[in-house]
Design a protein around this ligand. Structure first.
Ligand code: PLP
Length: 393
């Protein structure tokens, strides 16, 4: 079967085309819902579509309270304010992540304690968390890389033992699971992204904050509304609203929520398509000794957010990227380790040894994977991967 697949691929004639790394998900009904939002005259936050989207996420992911936000970055910033992160507090997180994961806490004056990742899932190494805890530690931030879960049972036990907050940076992991739990529903707070590179988008930018600890809901509501109790006023619970705490403007426009609603309504379809593309890559490349494949523990359900390959070393990775880009297929690396960046050096420190973080950042390459990637284009990509290996010395 494998031989026939290779044969088909080799015989696959294809015109020269550009295949981007990503195209934002587009299902076709976005305009319809955006037009309805425009006609409603309720364009500001928490309109009809915002409520539809937040209720959908609450139900689907079993979350106590969901607020839509302008981005996952904004959600993380909110999380740091809600948890009252202060100057000198220490926050534990992996270095292999996006800048916003750290920046949100640095904005409050906290120090970031970076620790190494696991070589299999590329997630925070749960066994290295406990030794990094000090009297100043306030929270653990986990990132479920590529929609594959961190080892949450162990992390939850550590957080209980030391009374630490857990924030799940679930930017990449909507609808993925750890055992029977939805990612984003396990920590005290979860943060989602609806950026144009994510499985679902609210028109390019967008996010949500997921509050799982009931005691934090009211605080979240106030911080999100510029530090005021405006939400109480809108519900009719008070006759005027006023300034209560620090906060900022963290609402999503209802036009963006309408765009997102079009996609959440067909979430199942989007996920089926993404998983099909992910599985096609996996099945056709698993036999190649040249690359390491993504690894996910059997009890984790990933969400096909990203498909990556691990090259043996930086040289192979550079050559592969160069070859694919020359063939007009846009493949790309991912995070540069935060602890080596100028801001990471200033605002954080790496605890223990960097055994895998830097190594992985040099060897990992992501292939195009998006909802409107058609099967022919994907076969073309796979064919070119095979061609690269055939020709590589
Ligand atoms: C792990 C992680 N956290 C946060 C973000 C920021 O998301 P947003 O662009 O919605 O602010 C990203 C973006 O890709 C990410 O990968």
């Amino acid at each position: 079967m494998l031989i026939s697949l290779i044969h088909n691929l080799k015989n696959y004639m294809y015109k020269k085309i550009n295949i981007p790394f990503n195209k934002p998900t587009l299902v076709g009904t976005e305009k319809k819902y955006v037009s309805i939002a425009i006609k409603s005259n309720m364009l500001s936050g928490d309109g009809k579509f915002s409520n539809l989207c937040s209720s959908w996420i609450e139900k689907k992911l079993s979350i106590k309270k969901v607020f839509l936000t302008p981005s996952c970055t904004a959600s993380l910033e909110m999380a740091a304010m809600i948890l009252n992160i202060q100057q000198e507090d220490e926050i534990i997180m992996p270095s292999y992540t996006f800048v916003s994961t750290a920046n949100a806490f640095v904005l409050r004056g906290a120090k970031i304690i970076f620790i190494d990742i696991r070589p299999d899932t590329l997630n925070i190494n749960e066994n290295l968390i406990e030794p990094a805890i000090t009297k100043k530690t306030k929270a653990i931030v986990v990132i479920h890389y590529a929609g594959v879960s961190c080892e949450m049972d162990k992390i939850v036990n550590i957080s209980k033992k030391y009374k630490l907050w857990i924030i799940e940076d679930s930017a990449q992991s909507i609808l993925a699971k750890y055992r029977n739990h939805n990612l984003g529903s396990i920590g005290h707070i979860g943060c989602l992204s609806f950026h144009g590179t994510k499985n679902f988008t609210s028109g390019g930018e967008g996010g949500a904050i997921l509050i799982n600890d009931e005691s934090l809901i009211e605080k979240a509501e106030i911080i999100r509304e510029k530090g005021t109790n405006r939400s109480c006023y809108i519900r009719g619970a008070v006759d005027k609203y006023t300034w209560h705490s620090i906060g900022s403007s963290y609402l999503m426009s209802d036009i963006q929520a309408a765009y997102l609603w079009a996609q959440l309504k067909v979430a199942k379809l989007i996920q089926i398509k993404r998983l099909e593309l992910w599985n096609n890559y996996f099945i056709s490349m698993n036999c190649l000794k040249f690359f390491g494949m993504p690894i996910y523990p059997q009890y984790c359900k990933h969400n096909a957010h990203t498909f990556y390959l691990k090259c043996k070393n930086r040289k192979d990775c550079d050559s592969f990227i160069q070859y694919m880009n020359k063939k007009k297929i846009n493949v790309t690396r991912h995070y540069m380790p935060l602890h080596l960046s100028p801001a990471g050096i200033k605002f954080g420190k790496f605890f223990g040894n960097d055994v895998y973080t830097t190594q992985i950042s040099k060897k990992l390459v992501r292939l195009p994977l998006f909802f409107n990637l058609n099967k022919k284009d994907q076969q073309h990509i796979i064919y070119k991967v095979y061609k690269f290996i055939d020709n590589y010395k």
